[in-house]
Design a protein around this ligand. Structure first.
Ligand SMILES: *Cc1c(COP(=O)(O)O)cnc(C)c1O
Length: 373
């Protein structure tokens, strides 16, 4: 601790990314979807885990799915020769040459893209793999079923290699409209008789709707060891491993008297004399400012008695947070703290902050050094 991946000395905070956990989680996807190919979804800097770590840990994937063509450039420059899917396709026609050069597969979700691709084909360029996106009820991106077949035929006629794709609004919850079943039914009806591989399932569908797997699955959050629902209890038995361990250290200790208050706003009041540890991690590192009193943090015991979960007390500030050390009497300055990872699932921190693990992982700040292990 205290030394970043680059070997520089800095504050004790560190995000360790465990490539073995990536491999383990990818194998879990293979076990759950043995007949499908895998697009490992690495948008948002691999959900905050950094592209280097994802490339290293997920090399056994069939392809990487991401948003920004510059990230595809990065992958090619770093030796990735497998497939790459641009999840929102391209934003302007002038990206097509680069996409072609990089051998990217493209999602096509709107008429403008369709017209640009027709225009592109007229100029005699070699064809792309296209994932034509159907809006089966999420109402975000995609062609309505009524427009889908025409779009398909127009692109197919240009010589593009066609695939069918849709995205679920509620694969992580039961009973909410539109249901997975209703979306699958609409999808299957609409593509009836059209050739081409399919892609439907995100992590939640891979875990809980095995009738949706299709030819290509698109896991994101489960590769990182977090829960599609935001609740750790939902993946507790899914045999996934947390890929990111966010660690810091205690940098000061305060001895409080009964009635003393902690931090901005004095949100927490000591009910008895207690020791409070000051941890080098705050909302400018990506820790949620909305974390409530009681949010768990693991603190190591400097005298070697293991360590224990300790609750946050008082408001999280920009660079620090404060924990009740009564569970770890041996804690002292320099004791290791796990903000999330194996001992404290990121989803538990998220739940205590009214959000989901996805948001916390993506929000780990650039100032936090990363170590790839
Ligand atoms: C982000 C994304 C995924 C992955 O979703 P998870 O819930 O993280 O598994 C899959 N498909 C599309 C189109 C996405 O945008």
């Amino acid at each position: 601790m205290g030394a970043s991946a680059s070997g520089l000395i800095n504050r004790p905070i560190l995000a360790s990314i465990h490539t073995q956990a990536f491999q383990h989680n990818l194998n879990r996807v293979r076990e759950l979807a043995p007949e499908s190919k895998i697009w490992a979804v690495i948008k948002a800097r691999a959900y905050g885990h950094c592209f280097d770590a994802a490339l290293k840990g997920l090399t056994a994937t069939d392809g990487f799915a991401l948003l920004d063509i510059q990230d595809a450039v990065w992958l090619r420059e770093h030796g990735w020769q497998g497939r790459i899917l641009l999840l929102e396709g391209f934003f302007h026609e002038n990206e097509l040459d680069l996409a072609q050069e990089l051998h990217c597969d493209l999602v096509v979700h709107c008429d403008a893209q369709l017209e640009w691709l027709e225009h592109y084909a007229e100029k005699g360029h070699s064809p792309f793999n296209l994932f034509l996106k159907m809006n089966t009820g999420m109402n975000r991106l995609g062609f309505k079923p009524s427009a889908y077949r025409t779009a398909f035929h127009r692109l197919h006629a240009c010589g593009y290699r066609m695939h069918h794709m849709t995205h679920f609004a509620n694969a992580d919850q039961i009973g909410q409209q539109p249901t997975v079943d209703s979306q699958v039914e609409l999808f299957n009806q609409t593509i009836d008789g059209l050739e081409g591989p399919t892609s439907l399932a995100n992590s939640a569908a891979i875990l809980w709707h095995r009738n949706t797997l299709g030819d290509w699955v698109r896991p994101g959050i489960m590769l990182y060891g977090a829960s599609p629902t935001g609740l750790f209890s939902d993946i507790e038995h899914a045999h996934l491993q947390a890929v990111m361990q966010l660690h810091s250290e205690i940098i000061d200790i305060q001895e409080l008297e009964k009635g003393d208050r902690i931090g901005y706003g004095g949100r927490y009041e000591a009910a008895e004399p207690m020791r409070v540890g000051i941890v080098a991690c705050g909302y400018a590192d990506g820790y949620p400012r909305h974390a409530k009193d009681g949010t768990p943090v693991w603190v190591g015991d400097a005298i070697g008695n293991g360590g224990a979960i300790c609750p946050i007390v008082g408001r999280v500030s920009m660079d620090m947070l404060t924990v009740d050390l009564r569970n770890v009497p041996g804690a002292k300055i320099g004791s290791v703290v796990e903000l999330w990872g194996d001992r404290v699932p990121v989803d538990v921190v998220a739940q205590s902050s009214d959000t989901i693990g996805y948001e916390l992982l993506c929000a780990v700040a650039p100032r936090v050094p990363v170590a790839i292990k």
